[in-house]
Design a protein around this ligand. Structure first.
Ligand code: URA
Length: 232
């Protein structure tokens, strides 16, 4: 990794302040002053800023219970980002793992570990996501088979991958899908003549939304939750 990136990632300095600190001789690598901001460091190198050892910060992994009205990207002129709900330092280092629509609620994962999030969002991994879905029309039991076989969404040529649907009541189902196409759940129900009234995500892979978390609340993932996703 570049020295300026390492300093910015593991201190309170921004990337440009990290560059200034390096070029003005405040940074050493293995006790040697380094003024080249692009200098490449290895994990075993000892990096000091004003003689203080800078250790690599651990990655952060968060689950959030997304409320209505928030978006899963960083910029929008109308709606606030779910990242605004995190009262923690260096929020801008974090990214949201997959998206929920502004009117969808429930489990959102947030991290600064790009490899971990890639394992969840990569289409090759077929990571299961489960949703509680409230519908405006009565659910016809035939759609269990239709969803299991896969169906064509409007303007697409490839059918959806097999999805599992469990009826909860006349107008409520639990749906598990292994893809993340644009507005997928809403479009699947539109394709069978129904309409989603409310959508709430309850799990992503092996991670289930903590029932203790109220709307807009979050917590760090446990070690087991983090590693359970690595095993897939
Ligand atoms: N499918 C949708 O239609 N919306 C979501 O937010 C998530 C899945």
């Amino acid at each position: 990794m570049r020295l300026d990136k390492y300093i910015a990632q593991n201190t309170n300095l921004t990337r440009s302040l990290a560059k200034q600190a390096i070029s003005s001789g405040q940074v050493s690598v293995n006790l040697e002053c380094i003024k080249n901001t692009a200098f490449k460091i290895n994990p075993a190198d000892k990096v000091c800023y004003f003689d203080k050892l800078i250790s690599a910060l651990d990655h952060r992994y968060i689950m959030l219970n997304k409320p209505l009205g928030y978006i899963c990207s960083t910029q929008d002129e109308v709606h606030p980002s779910v990242l605004n709900l995190l009262d923690i330092d260096k929020r801008d280092r974090l990214h949201i793992v997959g998206r929920l629509d502004v009117d969808t609620t429930g489990l959102v994962l947030i991290t600064d570990d790009g490899q971990w999030s890639h394992r969840i969002t990569s289409p090759k991994k077929n990571c299961q996501k489960s949703y509680l879905v409230d519908l405006t029309e009565k659910v016809d039991a035939d759609i269990i088979e239709i969803f299991k076989k896969g169906l064509l969404l409007n303007n697409e040529i490839k059918p959806t991958l097999p999805a599992q649907l469990i009826l909860q009541s006349k107008q409520k189902v639990l749906l598990s899908i292994q893809e993340g196409r644009y507005h997928q759940v809403k479009r699947m129900f539109a394709a069978v003549g129904n309409h989603v009234e409310a959508l709430h995500r309850i799990s992503i892979g092996t991670i289930t939304l903590d029932a203790q978390l109220g709307d807009g609340e979050w917590r760090y993932l446990t070690e087991d939750e983090i590693t359970s996703m690595n095993l897939k």
